[in-house]
Design a protein around this ligand. Structure first.
Ligand code: KE4
Length: 426
């Protein structure tokens, strides 16, 4: 007798490629078939098979306050009373813009859109239009969504499923993207020297979450900032994942760096579709209807997504949850490292706040190549042992884990037990 998830997956496979609407949700790299979720609340997912799982994916970042937080739910319900979409400016958009500018001093003006992909795609186009240059620099393993310029040596699902360089991107297009190793300052200097006056921007995940979790070397961001300023290129921080996740002002607050443009998403939508990009007013004013760079979206600034995001950001402002999230993240990594040590199993567990990941390798992970030394097969066995114990991890060795304020207490203690015993079972 098939389970409800198995029945749903069989139906999905008939009509949806791979049975999923986003490749990273498929369990192909960890084995088995994905479960279907019918409800989510706090730190848990309730599956179609009536299993309760402690969730370390948090819908890939947005659920920093836990799933279905009453304040966010109420905000959506109140907005819904007045309709779902107007196609005109609405008051929520102004409040959201004011909150983003309040949290991110580097953002003088901001444009809302509907996904992180749209945010980074638009920021790249804006950088090219503003500088009148075509080439961009990205870093191996960084994932910035699935626009053509950026699906080159990409992380996340592209790496997980073995296509970091997606098919379907014209060579003429791909050659405008210069891919460099992360944490390599000499490579930056060489790229600018080899492309004088041609590089529009550098875009990066300031802390990488899409190859697993990777932090920059001390001074790396400062080097990027100086190089961009010296060569007339724009520095773009893709904080779709890290924005509001690691600090109210994202990594740029932690690292005291001022990028020229910042991309946001995930948390600012409170779980509804959202993206945003913003930065220096003189650059943002190149956007239509003021300037020559076109960018648009039917549902950009959608009242429901804005209401949910405003509630999420206001909760952040009230709770300032970062010390608590860091304690919880540290608790998980400490438990995992202790279990690995008791078995003599090499393990790296980089962590900042509520972003962390486990790499089964003796090699300290600092870029794409060292991340690939992690034993992905062993991660698959670890993933399934955790799932059997009621803990849901990202179904890929190349993703950051996330947790929420709702994990505090019984959920985190139970999860640490399951993760420890899963490591000991390897
Ligand atoms: P979306 O288009 O998926 O909203 O955002 C793209 C994006 C841009 N920048 C960063 C740093 C991101 O992490 C993402 C998306 N993150 C993945 C998880 N690694 C989304 C999950 C998925 O693809 O289903």
């Amino acid at each position: 007798m098939s389970s409800p998830s198995e029945t749903l997956f069989a139906r999905a496979l008939q009509l949806i490629p791979g049975g999923v609407n986003s490749p990273v949700r498929a369990f192909r790299s960890v084995g088995g078939a994905p479960f279907f979720t019918k409800a989510a609340r706090g730190a848990t997912l309730i599956t179609a098979d009536d299993r309760e799982l402690i969730d370390f994916v948090c819908t890939w970042g947005p659920a920093i306050h836990g799933h279905n937080h009453p304040r966010i739910k109420a905000a959506i319900a109140a907005a819904l009373e007045n309709g779902t979409s107007f196609g005109t400016p609405n008051p929520y958009e102004v409040e959201m813009a004011e909150l983003i500018v309040k949290f991110f001093p580097s953002i003088q003006k901001v444009r809302m859109c509907n996904s992180g992909t749209e945010a980074t795609m638009s920021a790249i186009r804006l950088a090219r239009g503003f500088t009148k240059r075509d080439k961009i620099i990205k870093f191996a393993g960084c994932y910035h969504g699935h626009s053509d310029s950026l699906l080159i040596k990409a992380g996340s699902g592209a790496l997980t499923h073995g296509h970091p360089d997606s098919a379907g991107i014209p060579a003429a297009f791909a050659q405008e993207t210069v891919v460099l190793p992360y944490n390599d300052t000499a490579a930056i200097d060489a790229a600018f020297a080899a492309n004088p006056g041609k590089i529009a921007c550098i875009i990066l995940e300031p802390y990488i979450g899409n190859v697993g979790f990777i932090k920059p070397d001390a001074g790396y961001h400062q080097h990027l900032r100086k190089a961009c300023t010296a060569h007339g290129a724009l520095l773009i921080f893709d904080e779709v994942m890290t924005g509001f996740r690691l600090a109210r002002g994202g990594v740029q607050e932690l690292e005291k760096i001022i990028p020229d443009l910042t991309c946001l998403g995930k948390i600012i939508g409170g779980g509804l579709p959202v993206g945003a990009f913003g930065g220096r007013a003189d650059i943002m004013d190149y956007l239509a209807p003021l300037g020559p760079v076109y960018q648009a979206g039917t549902l950009s600034g959608n009242p429901l997504a804005m209401a949910a995001g405003i509630a999420s950001l206001k909760l952040i402002d009230e709770l300032n949850p970062y010390a608590k999230l860091d304690t919880l993240g540290r608790q998980v990594c400490t438990a995992a490292l202790a279990a690995a040590q008791s078995k003599g199993l090499p393990l790296q567990a980089p962590q900042v706040g509520s972003m962390f990941s486990l790499f089964f390798t003796p090699t300290p992970v600092r870029d794409y190549d060292t991340a690939l030394t992690s034993d992905a097969k062993l991660f698959g066995r670890f993933f399934r042992a955790c799932l059997d114990g009621g803990v849901y991890l990202p179904p890929s060795a190349y993703e950051s884990w996330f947790l929420s304020t709702a994990h505090e207490g019984a959920a985190i203690d139970r999860a640490c037990e399951v993760i420890s015993s899963a490591i000991k079972s390897l």
